[in-house]
Design a binder for this molecule. Structure first.
Ligand SMILES: N[C@@H](CCC(=O)N[C@@H](CS)C(=O)NCC(=O)O)C(=O)O
Length: 322
């Protein structure tokens, strides 16, 4: 099954607004005609631990126990100095991905389509036998892991996309995408004061609303951890370490929201979230690569990470009344 894409909204009409590119590789996974075969050992996820969209796939992979089902390649959070923007495998020996034998993410995109003119983005799913990118549909990718890959889930894996909540999850995910996940980018990459301010107000209005919603329930959908929580988490995890300064979303910090902050600690204390949240990559990427004013490449030391392990007190919350 193919899911809808979500790129455009009315804020794209504001002068100087940041507009995200369309995805190029969107073929769904599945058993249907022309779909990507669901086959263990066949694919490699290329990710950056700085990137919220890519990290989301990693958290889902850990929660569902898909570690042996598809492998992963991690890129350096600091982009290489090249004439066009790219990601590099400089964290690997000799700077080469050990499975795909390439140095740059661009090598994979250009092998797939030598005429490709878009940006070379992560997450990217690579078909290992051919070394080509088969899917970079960052918005919908997690739905595939959660549905058509279910035969590979570990016993007792959570149902992150339960049938009875799908419509609500898809609707909330659209809001979270526009107003929170991409909302902070719209503030950070705005090219006019007007576009920045519109994004700023939208982000905080939605965070206030989410803070209220999470005063009543442990997770976004009552006591069930779902795909929506992972989407919200990736932005919350980056908020104080990166977005607050680098993207100027600075009305207040995450730690100033009582419910969102406790909720974030609750999630961080789950191994799948903690193990895939690399604050060093997040800080390096956003402060060095996304802040043209940081000409000396200084990476901030804080915030203090020990606060993430303080008790969150969320066990006492009953499920949200339906
Ligand atoms: N594929 C999407 C979303 C994924 C995305 O933006 N990934 C970022 C990292 S968080 C990236 O790889 N950016 C590389 C670039 O823009 O050159 C897009 O193109 O907007």
């Amino acid at each position: 099954m193919a899911y809808k894409t979500w790129f455009q909204d009315e804020t794209n009409n504001i002068k100087g607004a940041f507009i995200r590119q369309q995805n190029r590789f969107t073929t769904p996974f599945g058993t249907g005609e022309g779909e990507l075969p669901v086959e263990a050992g066949r694919y490699r996820l290329i990710w950056s631990a700085a990137c919220p969209w890519a990290t989301r796939q990693m958290i889902v992979r850990s929660l569902l126990g898909l570690e042996e089902v598809f492998s992963v390649g991690l890129v350096d959070p600091i982009r290489p100095q090249k004439e066009y923007s790219d990601w590099a495998f400089t964290l690997d020996p000799d700077g080469v991905d050990p499975v795909l034998k390439v140095k740059y993410v661009s090598d994979l995109y250009l092998k797939t389509d030598p005429a490709y003119t878009g940006r070379f983005t992560v997450p990217a799913i690579v078909d290992i036998p051919s070394g080509t990118v088969v899917n970079n549909d960052y918005f919908n990718l997690s739905y595939y892991w959660e549905t058509v890959w279910q035969d590979f889930h570990k016993p007792g894996a959570p149902d992150l996309f339960p049938e009875d909540l799908r419509e609500d999850i898809i609707a909330l995910n659209g809001v979270i995408f526009h107003e929170v996940n991409n909302g902070v980018y719209k503030a950070g990459f705005a090219r006019t004061q007007e576009a920045y301010e519109a994004a700023y107000y939208t982000v905080f209005k939605r965070l206030d609303w989410l803070d209220g919603r999470l005063s009543q329930s442990r997770y976004l959908f009552g006591s069930r951890l779902t795909d929506s929580d992972i989407r919200l988490w990736v932005t919350l995890a980056r908020f104080d370490a990166a977005y607050y300064n680098a993207f100027r979303v600075n009305r207040n910090r995450l730690i100033d929201f009582p419910n969102l902050w406790a909720y974030s600690r609750d999630l961080y204390q789950i191994p799948a979230f903690r193990e895939n949240t690399h604050f060093d990559h997040i800080k390096a990427h956003y402060h060095v690569c996304c802040d043209p004013g940081n000409i000396f490449g200084i990476i901030p030391k804080g915030p203090d990470l020990s606060r993430w392990d303080t008790p969150h007190g969320r066990e006492k919350l009953a499920a949200r009344p339906e």
